[in-house]
Design a binder for this molecule. Structure first.
Ligand SMILES: [Zn+2]
Length: 145
């Protein structure tokens, strides 16, 4: 699922870039980091400590404070995508930690399984299509078409 998390961050950046008509490398780096950051709790209370809505709220507020609303949107949506994707697995996530350690998982995706790989491919292809479409629009504007 690690690659899928990474690609989800790239996809969200591509979608955001397409919708806002701006390509920002800082936003790409932030989206990629935010999409994998929750797994920093790998050795301590994995899928609880950093996989909950309270940390997500802190990440959203902190990123808004640092770089403004658009930055907060891309960072928090990438962070949320990680929690969402992990919640599709059997292990689930303790989304209400520290209030509750109960894990919620839909058991739809197995790490490294077909659904995981399919999601990864789908997100990659969607990112490419979005970026190509955006590039085409930029080129059309540049050439006055
Ligand atoms: Zn995770």
């Amino acid at each position: 699922m690690k690659k899928t998390h990474l690609v989800a961050g790239i996809f969200l950046w591509a979608l955001f870039s397409y919708l806002t008509k701006s390509l920002d490398v800082l936003f790409l780096a932030a989206a990629v980091l935010a999409s994998i950051a929750p797994d920093l709790d790998l050795r301590i209370k994995h899928r609880a400590l950093l996989h909950n809505i309270f940390v997500l709220a802190v990440v959203a507020a902190g990123s808004w404070f640092l770089q403004g609303l658009y930055f907060a949107i891309i960072v928090s949506s990438a962070y949320f995508s990680h929690i969402l994707l992990d919640s599709l697995t059997k292990a689930g996530v303790a989304v209400l930690f520290p209030l509750s350690s109960k894990r919620y998982g839909l058991r739809l995706v197995r790490n490294g399984g077909l659904a995981d790989k399919s999601l990864c491919v789908l997100l990659t292809l969607s990112s490419v299509v979005l970026l190509l479409q955006y590039s085409k629009e930029i080129l059309s504007q540049f050439l006055g078409l």
